[in-house]
Design a binder for this molecule. Structure first.
Ligand SMILES: [Mn+2]
Length: 396
């Protein structure tokens, strides 16, 4: 069995309001070309087809045309597309029946009572268990294993078994996901979805084709058969690593898969300046000035500031790129860490007894900011206005 594994296309994603259709179309063109050359038996897209549950008509057309191109590139190939947490599971299945004419299987919702519905048997090639993203409260216990057991019983010829899922597997590498946080149980969550353990995903598959995490990687099992293909292009500036699709070959059931990555190029690279560390605002402006005029990159600036960024910084940065092909996106500013004066801690009672202006002064001192007469006056004006508004509220 030879399969191409990809996920997290995020079609329709815009980067700081810049439309990405051109680069997304080019990425899909590269993937179709890979299929034409490699002729895999299976094409697996493990969720997050679209960036939003309400993709535009143009974006849906891009997806539909790509499916047809993939089919034409290798008509014998079976295509399986599951929905991710960004997709609408119900919409994903609207054209389920007509798509079958092109050997495209679209799976958006979990059939809780009937795992059989998620099993796709490709005669003489193998089995695919295609599970879309599902919230843990809707996932019956032991569901993956039930599906795997059904396949095990049917797989009398010992053909390869592949499973698809869209989830965070505990212990994976979240690099590039700025939406990662530790929840109350100290478990990492990415994009607000729960982390699954490998055990919950059952056993008996030869390859687990995962989606959701954008950084390509094997999840450690010692067998090199649990894998995130990663997204074929960066969705955020922090995904500053190579993007690819995975080509997987499996001899027969219970054999270890061979995996090869094929890199995908982005015609509009996401560039952070400086490439390492931070620059001052003056240095950053110079870097922008020096940036080649003919590279259609997206630019993020990493700046270290003393107090505040000049108000006009964004306009200035935009102006500096006006004559160039690159697009300025944002400034990420970080205040320089100063030696902190170790102010004694205040009790709540002391804090409540303080005048607001004194608290603000203390705060400015500790952060190394300035709190001059002009700031004092502005602050007092704000406090006055809030007091007046509070009076208004109690009146009505
Ligand atoms: Mn995703």
């Amino acid at each position: 069995m030879k399969l191409l594994h990809t996920s997290d296309w995020h079609l329709g994603h815009t980067l700081y309001n810049y439309d990405r259709t051109e680069e997304q179309t080019d990425v899909l063109r590269q993937i179709v070309e890979i299929v034409r050359q490699q002729k895999p038996d299976l094409f697996l897209l493990s969720g997050d087809v679209y960036h939003t549950a309400q993709p535009s008509a143009a974006v849906q057309t891009l997806f539909a045309e790509t499916m047809v191109q993939l089919h034409d590139a290798h008509p014998a190939m079976t295509i399986v597309v599951t929905a991710g947490n960004h997709d609408s599971g119900a919409k994903h299945e609207i054209f389920k029946t007509p798509w079958r004419a092109l050997k495209v299987h679209t799976i958006g919702n979990l059939e809780k009572e009937d795992p059989e519905q998620h099993i796709i048997e490709v005669p003489d090639v193998g089995f695919v268990i295609a599970i879309p993203y599902v919230h843990e409260r809707n996932l019956p216990e032991g569901y993956f294993q039930r599906a795997l057991d059904i396949v095990e019983a049917r797989n009398t010829k010992g053909l390869p078994v592949v499973m698809m899922a869209h989830t965070t597997v505990q212990g994976c590498d979240y690099t590039g996901h700025d939406d990662t946080y530790l929840d109350a149980e100290e478990q990492y969550r990415v994009g607000g979805i729960d982390a699954t353990t490998l055990e919950e995903l059952g056993s008996g598959y030869d390859y687990l084709a995962l989606g959701h995490i954008h950084h390509e990687q094997f999840v450690h099992t010692g067998r090199h058969n649990v894998r995130y293909s990663g997204s074929p292009m960066a969705v955020s500036f922090d995904e500053n690593y190579a993007h690819s699709v995975s080509l997987v070959t499996i001899g027969r059931h219970d054999e270890r898969p061979q995996v090869e990555t094929i890199e995908i190029q982005n015609i509009h690279p996401l560039v952070t300046l400086p490439t390492k560390g931070q620059a001052t605002w003056e240095e950053a402006k110079q870097l922008l000035q020096q940036f080649p005029a003919d590279i259609p990159a997206y630019i993020r600036l990493n700046i270290e500031i003393e107090d505040f960024l000049p108000l006009e910084a964004n306009d200035e940065a935009s102006a500096l790129t006006q004559e160039k092909q690159c697009r300025f996106c944002l400034i990420r500013a970080q205040r320089r860490e100063r030696e902190r004066t170790d102010a004694p801690a205040m009790t709540i009672q002391e804090f409540q007894a303080e005048e607001p202006i004194h608290i603000a002064q203390l705060y400015a001192e500790q952060r190394g900011g300035t709190f001059d007469d002009e700031m004092k006056q502005l602050f007092e004006e704000v406090v006055e206005r809030i007091k007046e508004e509070e009076k208004e509220v109690t009146k009505t």
